[in-house]
Design a protein around this ligand. Structure first.
Ligand code: SF4
Length: 381
């Protein structure tokens, strides 16, 4: 029996597919949503892994396309099979185009205590380019309704390096959003993923940017870096600390669920394509809706992680956090000295000023964050 664990529940439905999105999500009718919720309830009820639940995250897709009642039923199912610890963080991802006062009240009633709203940009032209279903004004209305419904822990998701975006419009987005005083802000750079409409349109530009060449639509690498510095600068001035490469929070509002991923705590994922890490075994659910609705909950891509794989994950996930990794914890977890395994590479990266070491913790420097992919790759065997 696992003592403590996190739960993730995947809701793969969206009103309409955004032009840049490669997540496992698609539009669906009411009947299909109902059938999916029923299948989810069976999967949760039949899961073998049990433990006290510290956090729950309803992600997607767009969980907010479900009704208040459906979210209530899901939470009831979880509570009847798991002990959800008092004070557990329970998050729900919401699209601003789907919020209503009724839904928000029902989610609060169901125990949801953290709302993560996908805004992406405060500029309506950029929102149209992204193919989002909402405007800035609709987001504002939803945000105010959420506060009124009693949500005291709200994240706003933002996205920089968008086609046609300038440093000015990005700064405006940051200023407009911080003026609302959410507790948490996630700010990711757009990645142009293969298989999306964006890839057809901007794939060539993305390749040029990687090579440091001029782009026609996307901001250049230099502009993108400037946006990152502006993010850190503006959010820092407004009282948000960067606790992970792309995540900022007021003190005490860091997302506990995501910190659990980065610290490699056990989590169990339910729903279509959901991944799990339970006692050093990683596995996935089927990504085929027909199989899932047919109650095929068998584990896919199951892998018991070797000690080396665990060490790699410890490093590349831990280094994403501003606090970095603890060499003492490494030693406790793996039964060998940190220096024995990573001494040489750490020394090299410290000399290049890409890493910093303080009180037996190792973390990325500002320079290291700029080339984090390179630094993190150095820790792979
Ligand atoms: S709302 Fe989110 S999950 Fe749905 S299509 Fe848009 S980006 Fe993807």
């Amino acid at each position: 029996m696992i003592s403590k664990m996190e739960l993730y529940i995947h809701i793969p439905f969206c009103i309409r597919k955004c032009a840049y999105c490669d997540f496992l999500s698609f539009p669906a009718g009411e009947e299909r949503k109902r059938a999916y919720v029923e299948a989810l309830r069976e999967e949760i009820g039949g899961a073998a892994e049990r433990g006290d639940v510290t956090t729950i995250f309803l992600g997607g897709g767009t969980p907010s396309v479900l009704s208040g009642e459906e979210i209530g039923i899901l939470m009831e199912t979880v509570r009847s099979h798991y002990r959800v610890l008092p004070g557990a963080e329970i998050s729900l991802e919401a699209n601003p185009g789907t919020l209503t006062a009724e839904k928000l009240a029902a989610w609060r009633e169901a125990g949801i205590n953290r709302l993560s709203i996908g805004l992406q940009s405060a500029d309506n032209r950029e929102l149209r380019t992204l193919g989002r279903i909402h405007t800035w004004e609709e987001f504002l209305e939803g945000y105010r309704m959420a506060r009124k419904a009693g949500f005291e822990n709200i994240n706003i998701d933002l996205m920089s390096a968008l086609p046609g975006q300038s440093s000015r419009t990005w700064r405006e987005t940051l200023l407009k959003v911080t003026a609302l005083e959410p507790e948490h802000i996630s700010a990711y750079s757009l990645i142009v993923e293969e298989g999306t409409p964006f890839y057809e349109k901007y794939g060539e530009d993305a390749r040029r940017r990687e090579e440091g060449l001029a782009c026609s639509w996307l901001p250049s690498e230099e502009e993108e870096r400037q946006m990152y510095y502006d993010t850190k600068g503006i959010l820092g001035e407004k009282g948000y600390g960067r606790y992970e490469i792309s995540n900022y929070a007021r003190k005490g509002y860091e997302c506990r669920h995501n910190c659990g991923y980065w610290r490699r705590e056990s989590y169990r994922g339910f729903g279509l394509g959901a991944s799990s890490l339970v006692e050093e075994v990683r596995f996935k659910n089927t990504s085929c809706m027909e199989e899932y609705l047919g109650r095929d909950f068998s584990r896919r891509e199951e892998e018991r992680l070797s000690k080396e794989a665990q060490m790699e994950e410890f490093m590349f996930l831990g280094l994403r956090l501003a606090e970095g990794i603890s060499t003492e914890e490494f030693c406790r977890k793996f039964g060998c000295a940190y220096a024995e395994v990573y001494g040489k590479v750490t020394k090299e990266l410290l000399a290049k000023k890409l890493l910093c070491q303080e009180n037996q913790r190792i973390f990325l420097t500002e320079q290291g964050i700029d080339v984090s992919n390179y630094v993190i790759a150095e820790f792979l065997f």
